[in-house]
Design a protein around this ligand. Structure first.
Ligand code: F6P
Length: 519
């Protein structure tokens, strides 16, 4: 497959020229000149809308970015992703998180073996296991029904399930779900304090089953458990999710209590596999399946839609426009729902572990920016924390607002206010407040004497770009769609930067040195 340096393409040269000519674009002016700008730059899927109109882009920008996607062979690479080509070249692996949510009859061959039956078998095991835990049919070692579930894992074995369980709290059953990840002993100590070993199920999640944090925490938990129970009881209260069956068994987990994973699913893309067991137990298998179906809808859109209407492709392209031409360093993700409190850390791993690379697919050091620093928090809390810098600071920070039209509660008063803030922020960023307006306001508010001293501080230059992602309602289905949207955005950026988004050698050196220091 063609792997070229994007800066050598015709489209890149043209984008550079276009950037120089349009550096002084004004969002406000573009809205005045085109009354249909919002519609012209809004792209939709059922109950999912991507509004790019408040960005520093024109139709020509989009066209040139689409040319870049073509020159970088994006279509071929998307096909390679879905047809199990070993696109994770450094690890010689296929990348098939999309297969985990593909309920069609199409075979997917990895090294001539159809992987669909294994996926179905694991899904069936997840279903039966979750249902038995929820109903109380499967019990802890003393025969009491489970009350608490603890997911023990880190990185992709923690952030995905934790984010989803938290986001879908509204759909949760009676079981309490906890997450232990940090090697800091305080993390496990604080959680274990609340738990009864008889009624707690521990899910040890580690793709490799060698991760220091997870193994250390698992050992500590077992010691705590064995203060009350015996070794023979472990099989009732501990299960594992791993590709490394031997190591999991070596740890004392019964073979039938091990849920398999596969090397063709990367850690940060793994919540759709048995890594999502805590999700299925917390909200029930039917809801877990809805999450997968939502993601599958986004997969089909991504795979089959022309790039000019393809939501994850367009969003990735606009982000490249800022990163590589405006030379912005960061992107803020701002979900307007408390339920998405854990969304930013999840997306941080997804985008930054995937695309924080400086060697390209030709083994050459890159001579352009890759990766974006992702940060953010939920609205409206963050309006009272860091928004000042985005509105009036010196840095250009493209922002992504995520919001839901309908709330899950019945208090319309709250929701109206939330949405008013959601839309107000983007408007303030884009259109700002002029000197003349500030002047008039101070005058009308009886502050004529303060005009001279206050006026410069109250001006908002505006012209700060933002993107709106609007969904109908937070459901397992819509959340699945949203996560898959960001997964594909990550992939598209990796393709356009000519890097492998699916390895993570950058985390190894720290681990190696920590082990040496420990010794
Ligand atoms: O931080 C590196 C990493 O390898 C992540 O990619 C992964 O999600 C995490 O560690 C956990 O790995 P494992 O599931 O093998 O314990």
């Amino acid at each position: 497959m063609k792997t070229i340096n994007p800066t050598t393409t015709k489209a890149w040269q043209e984008l550079q020229k276009h950037f120089k000519e349009n550096k002084h674009l004004k969002i406000k002016k573009m809205f005045i000149n085109n009354k249909n700008r919002k519609q012209d730059f809004t792209y939709s899927l059922p109950n999912f809308e991507l509004d790019l109109s408040k960005n520093l882009i024109t139709q020509k920008t989009i066209q040139l970015l689409l040319n870049l996607a073509d020159e970088m062979c994006l279509k071929e690479k998307i096909d390679a992703l879905f047809t199990a080509k070993k696109i994770n070249v450094t690890e010689n692996r296929a990348v098939l998180h999309t297969a985990l949510r593909d309920f069609s009859d199409t075979e997917i061959l990895v090294d001539t073996k159809n992987i669909k039956p294994e996926i179905t078998k694991t899904l069936h095991k997840i279903k039966t296991f979750s249902e038995n835990i929820i109903s109380g049919k499967t019990t802890g070692y003393t025969g009491k029904a489970f009350t608490d579930i603890v997911n023990v894992g880190i990185g992709g074995s923690d952030l995905g399930p934790k984010m989803v369980v938290n986001a879908l709290k509204f759909y949760k059953n009676h079981l309490k779900t906890h997450f232990i990840s940090n090697i800091d002993g305080d993390h496990s100590a604080e959680i274990l304090k609340e738990l009864n070993p008889e009624t707690t199920l521990f899910i040890l999640v580690s793709k490799t089953f060698t991760t220091q944090e997870t193994i250390t925490n698992a050992k500590t938990i077992q010691q705590w458990f064995l203060k009350k129970a015996t070794k023979n009881d472990i099989k009732h209260n501990f299960v594992a999710v791993s590709t490394n069956i031997e190591k999991a068994q070596g740890f004392g987990i019964a073979k039938e209590n091990i849920f398999t994973m596969w090397d063709w699913v990367g850690g940060r893309f793994s919540l759709w596999s048995a890594v999502g067991l805590s999700i299925s137990i917390s909200i029930g298998f039917d809801n877990f399946k809805e999450l997968l179906l939502g993601a599958n809808q986004m997969d089909n859109h991504f795979k089959n839609t022309p790039f000019s209407k393809n939501l994850p492709v367009l969003d990735a392209l606009v982000s490249i426009w800022y990163t590589n031409f405006y030379q912005t360093q960061t992107e803020a993700i701002l979900p307007y729902t408390q339920y998405l409190e854990q969304f930013v850390p999840f997306i941080q791993q997804l985008l930054m572990e995937s695309n924080g690379k400086s060697t390209d697919l030709n083994k050459q050091p890159v001579n352009y920016q890759t990766g974006t620093i992702i940060w953010g928090n939920v609205g409206t809390n963050m309006q009272h924390a860091f928004m000042q810098l985005i509105h009036q600071g010196t840095k250009l920070i493209p922002t992504q607002f995520i919001g839901f039209k309908k709330p899950l509660h019945n208090n319309l008063e709250h929701h109206k206010k939330l949405l008013a803030n959601f839309y107000a922020q983007g408007e303030a960023l884009a259109f700002g407040k002029s000197k003349e307006k500030v002047h008039l306001e101070l005058k009308l508010n009886g502050n004529k004497d303060k005009i001279e001293s206050l006026l410069p501080y109250k001006i908002f230059t505006g012209n700060k770009p933002s993107t709106y992602i609007t969904l109908d309602k937070l459901t397992p289905f819509s959340l699945g769609k949203l996560i898959a949207f960001y997964e594909h955005k990550t992939f598209v950026q990796g393709v356009l930067w000519n890097i492998n988004s699916f390895d993570q050698f950058g985390v190894e050196l720290g681990k190696e040195l920590a082990n040496k220091k420990l010794a």
